[in-house]
Design a binder for this molecule. Structure first.
Ligand code: NAP
Length: 265
């Protein structure tokens, strides 16, 4: 299927690894020009070089920096040779907050989580969405978490901050932007095989004394698909939500979790 988005520009955050990289690769395969953001320059440049090789007709620019900081966002929105703020697509993403007990989290921990997983996406949307509406086309995909639908107690910072974003998006996506060609959706990963999941498994192994393989296998057994998701399949969903064909899908929380969420709705 031709996604109908060749030549458009996407800002993809958290794009040097994992799910963000999967989204960037899938968009590049559809001919979308990219500005990629991550903090570590080495991995970011390696990701950009690999995408340039796989999708030679596509422009791939990088903005190394922390997307949760004002400076990082400003740099991403003004990369030389890029579209400035005139992006057609925006994929918001940043690292998730640490797990723990809510009794140990002070105001600073909460503000950090809210900054990364709620306010940063909102700031990026604020900077880009009106231009999208004026041009009559826009696609915004926020990478959140299956924990928004099925909160996990030790991920309270994530549950809280991402639920705040989800509530905000539910309203904004149904604003007049919806009639101006702009869709805004959240893409909710369950367990995907990325560095982050590996770190979670390593942490659980250290805590329990069980091997990493045993922890990973036990986790796989909780998923009806009996496997972890691959970043490429997550990216393919993102590319479809960004496509010309997905103009009638907005304000949704799209879950990709191998069937782990047990509810009917
Ligand atoms: P990952 O493999 O660790 O990749 C994270 C990417 O984001 C890296 O490119 C990282 O590069 C970049 N990044 C992190 N913080 C950043 C910041 N402040 N500014 C700019 N770039 C930043 O993680 P992932 O598994 O793809 O996870 C992506 C998101 O999905 C996270 O919010 C995670 O909590 C959520 N999630 C993941 C899973 C899963 O199973 N993988 C499940 C549920 C939710 P640098 O570190 O160099 O900046």
């Amino acid at each position: 299927m031709d996604m109908g988005i060749k030549g458009k520009w996407a800002l993809v955050c958290g794009a040097s690894k994992g799910l963000g990289l999967g989204c960037a690769q899938a968009l590049a395969a559809e001919g979308v020009n990219l500005v990629l953001v991550a903090r570590g320059v080495g991995a970011l440049e390696a990701a950009a070089a690999a995408i340039r090789q796989d999708a030679p007709g596509v422009q791939v620019l990088t903005a190394a920096g922390d997307i949760t900081s004002e400076g990082g966002r400003a740099a991403a929105l003004s990369v030389a040779g890029g579209p400035g703020t005139a992006f057609d697509m925006l994929v918001t993403n940043a690292g998730g907050p640490p797990p723990g007990d809510f009794r140990a989290w002070d105001r600073e921990a909460w503000v950090k989580a809210l900054d990364a997983n709620m306010l940063t996406p909102i700031e990026l949307i604020k900077a880009t969405v009106d231009g999208m509406a004026q041009r009559g086309f826009g696609r915004i995909v926020n990478i959140t978490s299956s924990a928004v639908k099925a909160p996990i107690d030790i991920l309270g910072l994530s549950n809280g901050a991402r639920s705040g974003l989800s509530g905000f998006i539910a309203g904004l996506s149904r604003s007049p932007l919806a009639a101006q060609g702009v869709t805004i959706n959240n893409l909710l990963p369950g367990a995907f095989d990325t560095d982050r999941l590996k770190a979670v498994i390593a942490g659980a192994s250290e805590k329990s004394g069980k091997s990493q393989d045993a922890i990973a296998e036990a986790r796989r057994q909780t998923i009806p698909a009996r496997r972890f998701g691959q970043p490429a399949e997550f990216g393919a969903i993102c590319a479809f939500l960004c496509s010309a064909h997905a103009g009638y899908i907005t304000g949704q929380n799209v879950l990709a979790d191998g069937g782990a969420y047990p509810g009917a709705f």
